[in-house]
Design a protein around this ligand. Sequence first.
Ligand code: HEM
Length: 425
Amino acid sequence: MSVQQSDSAAVLARLRDVIKNDPILSGFLSAAITGTSHAARAPQAAPQAAPQAAPQRTKTGRPGAERSADGVLVCGKKEVMSVFANVDGNCTVKGYGARSAKCFGEFFLGLDDGPEDRAQSSAINAAISALTGPDGFRMGLEHTRAALAVPSDPPKKTEDVSTDMLAGVAAELFGIPDGELITAGKTGLHTLDHGVCPGDCAPLSGYIFRPEPDEMITRYGPIPGHLLLEQTKTLIARARAAASKPAGILTQVPFDTSPPAQDDLLCRALVGVMMGLLPTADGNFVAAYDELHGSADFITARDAIMALGDGVDFDGARAVPAGPVCAAMQESPQPEAVWRTAAKDHFIGDTNPVAVKAGDMIIVSIENATREDLSAGIQDVSAIFGGDRSATPQPLHGCPGFAVSMGLLYGAVTAMLQDAAARQG
Ligand code: HEM
């Protein structure tokens, strides 16, 4: 056994102890695994649903921002984008760093502007930003078609297609799941023998991104973070030992550009990026397709995609899914909210300025901002990505995967429409 593998075995043994010594967590997990409680009826869905479905204090009738018991709720589009831009350095993302430190360690999303953030994020963010809408469309189309091609009786639900599609996308981008240390699938209530991708990212992402994660996510969310980190470290250590490139185009970039001494940091960044992208892509895809499927526009969209033929590409297809996908995302965005901590006393909002105190939690209600645009007839999903990195001022933590993600969603919806047409026959 290599040093890395024996270290990982020790970490996983400690995690098993954590579960064993936490009566609430071990009761929940063992009941779900052995099938002795309500959780067992949906063992995959229980922890996954929690970070995405539990209501948050993100809705308000008041424009702009409002004070809440322990912080400030920011809800106007203008105010939300201003928090993302953070021109005056009013807010810090160190809270993300503190939470991720409890899961898989810190990475650049938990760092404020400065040389350390740039050093950690530049190469991988540039590689992600270089992925285009057409790249995403090709991945969404191919991996959704592959997911649909596996026979299933009853037919797969959108969420099952999404799991398989995203496992394929993650394998292409990160070499994860590798099928051994990390397998493909939904959130696993597993025995900590192996990670599960994309599923393990959902409770982890819920723990870090949700302003106020519920008790079960607070207990459960960090565990898959430790697990994914250890398995990723083993994958990278194996590639170094074999003097070979790891799989995954986005894993290869930091692998080639950073020294082996920084592999721990490299692995934290990879887990962090996967944790950020997979649950959000999943939530937006499922919401967008299911919304379209149930709407009066479905037949029109299906027929328009069929008219484009099998060789459909991004430029030809995007006009069909763009309207319904963006509207569904604006109605039910994932993430519905993210958060910051006030770095200093300041005011948010022009019309009814709210006084913010240093240390306040700032809950950024993406959902309010996107619904504000939707009701004004404006198609803009940039708030769902933490802002648009091509905008001035550039939001430091805005998603570099914005373009590739929209292509991915359009490609996946296109494949679903083609499949619906083929089955209708
Ligand atoms: C529908 C899909 C996606 C959504 C909704 C989404 C959403 C977000 C959001 C909201 C943030 C900012 C969080 C904050 O400021 O609090 C973010 C940051 C980030 N996202 Fe995404 N994302 C998606 C897909 C992706 C993809 C495909 C990748 C990579 C392949 C990616 C990589 C990143 C990275 C690296 C950051 C942090 C950037 C930095 O701090 O420098 N995301 N994303």
